[in-house]
Design a protein. Structure first.
Length: 361
């Protein structure tokens, strides 16, 4: 229960059908050849269509096909920053961005946030008092807090970005889970936005296909970064993703993931009544804040003895102290009964309190 995966599903028939259709297509072996670094034209067009369903209209010539969203983040840091540069993020953020920042020797500096995400006045102070080169943020279903920026907040943040000409990387990987969120932040300030979607959460994690939209006329450094890392995204995976986007399969899979998340959050909230559990009702995860007698790392250790993997908030911390909380992922188990069993064990531990027995590792 430590990883924010979508509920595993048996899609054998779906994949069999798509692969059989591909096998019957003349010239399919071209997918095994070298292709343009930024992706085949129809794969980029599918990426633009997928972004359209997420509220961002961009021409396909602004799309770069990546080997997953994580690879897209690496491309962005490689193109936008240099060793020693400062990247702004939320105080608690996706650990994958920290791993890439360490790889590229980029310094992370946090910007204060509230229940809606990054606070405009804090962003302005960071821009005014420092020399950041870019911002990384998750405006919709922020990981791990679940915060969603309102329309007004996005306008305010966009105004600061525009004032200081600060490029930003918008990770919108969870947007499909939210009912009618405001447009992406990149729609408010497209000249500075680098908008990233991936297949891992809504379609299928193993596809490893991402789509990155870059500002008009600025694709060259991102293509160079892609070439320097993977040469090109795997065309066969991109072809499957493109077909599923174009025929509506991707949207159906995303709806199923969303429905599962809603149902599981209802169960989690009911089981965690009386505890400080904060989660968006459509999210794959939530933050469980500790009662006064527990420390988050101690609960992680105690849960591990019960066969449950959890992740404390400190795993998401950047340059600020983490709260005593864990991120509880409720969708990574295929069987709902296993999720219920896991939460039940956590609740029992919370009621029992830390003891010599349950803390022994």
């Amino acid at each position: 229960m430590s990883l924010a995966f979508p509920p595993p599903r048996a899609n054998d028939a779906l994949l069999h059908g798509t692969l059989a259709e591909l096998a019957r297509q003349p010239g399919v072996s071209r997918l095994l050849d070298y292709q343009p670094h930024g992706g085949m034209a129809h794969h980029r067009a599918a990426g633009a269509a997928w972004m359209e369903t997420h509220g961002l209209s961009v021409p396909s010539d602004r799309i770069v096909v990546t080997a997953g969203a994580q690879h897209g983040l690496a491309i962005c840091l490689g193109a936008l920053l240099r060793p020693g540069d400062t990247l702004l993020t939320e105080p608690l953020t996706y650990p994958g961005i920290r791993a890439i920042a360490e790889l590229f020797k980029v310094r992370i500096e946090s910007v204060a946030m509230d229940d809606e995400g990054i606070m405009p006045e804090a962003l302005e102070a960071a821009c005014r008092e420092g020399s950041p080169r870019a911002l990384y943020c998750i405006p919709t279903l922020q990981n791990p807090s679940g915060a969603v920026m309102s329309h007004k907040r996005r306008e305010e943040v966009a105004a600061v970005l525009r004032k200081y000409r600060l490029p930003f990387i918008e990770d919108d990987i969870y947007r499909f889970l939210v009912d009618s969120p405001p447009p992406p932040l990149s729609a408010y300030v497209p000249e500075l936005g680098h908008y990233l979607l991936g297949s891992s959460k809504g379609i299928a994690p193993g596809l490893r296909v991402g789509f990155l939209a870059v500002p008009q006329g600025q694709s060259a450094p991102f293509i160079a970064a892609l070439r320097g890392t993977t040469w090109m995204a795997p065309p066969l995976s991109a072809e499957i993703a493109a077909r599923w986007i174009n025929d509506g399969t991707a949207a159906e899979l995303a709806r199923a993931q969303r429905d599962a998340a809603i149902e599981r959050q209802k169960i989690a909230r009911r089981m965690l009544t009386g505890f400080d559990y904060r989660a968006h009702p459509n999210s794959f995860f939530g933050m469980l804040y500790m009662p006064s007698n527990w420390r988050a790392p101690d609960l992680v250790s105690a849960a591990a003895r019960q066969g449950i993997r959890l992740r404390a908030a400190e795993a998401f911390a950047t340059d600020q102290a983490a709260p005593q909380a864990i991120r509880l992922c409720i969708c990574s188990l295929a069987d709902v009964s296993r999720m219920i069993e896991g939460i039940g064990r956590i609740v029992a531990l919370l009621h029992e309190g830390p003891t010599a027995d349950n803390l022994l590792v």
